[in-house]
Write a protein that binds this ligand. Sequence first.
Ligand code: FES
Ligand code: FES
Length: 195
Amino acid sequence: MNKEITKLTCPYCGETKDTAEGLREHVFKSHKARGLPAPEGRIKLIINRAEYEFHVKPNWTLYYLIHDKLGLTGAKQFCDRGACGSCTMIVDGKPVLSCMMLAIECDGKTVETVEGIAADGHPLIEAYVNNHAMQCGYCTPGFVVTSKALLDHNPDPTEEEIVEALAGNLCRCSTYPQHPIAVREAAAKMKAAKK
Ligand code: FES
Ligand code: FES
């Protein structure tokens, strides 16, 4: 269930407000040069390379928009409080916890989900299967998306760098040792494909 959000955070300075009106007023006063965030709740964003326009409510999270409204159910909501990483999506090139980001903050941004990564045939998918880097699989989309963001910026990460990048992703089935192996295998395939 999507948690009711009682505070809205200014995307520019982090100040919180109780209402969308309050947030709009604050942004207008304090950040006029940067523009109001998504007036009237209409946002445009690119999800897995396709353009979308939505009318969103101020309390919708990015997770709720994409999982519950758009129907891309790959990301999972384990904790709904920014503690587990299972809801990770890539927003403008960076891994983010989609349960902690408001949809309205994503106006004009590019979002990548596990569905897009799988549709592209990214080697991580095969590497995760080859190395049994999952058990129940509930946490797996979050791990794959975080690993993809790592490989985008660092195509040949060390085991330590992988462990560090995945430190925010939790797995109740304790598949931790398999993730660096799978990511290293995907990195090797990407390297070989470039030759
Ligand atoms: S569901 Fe978002 S961090 Fe756990
Ligand atoms: S595979 Fe079950 S929670 Fe990670």
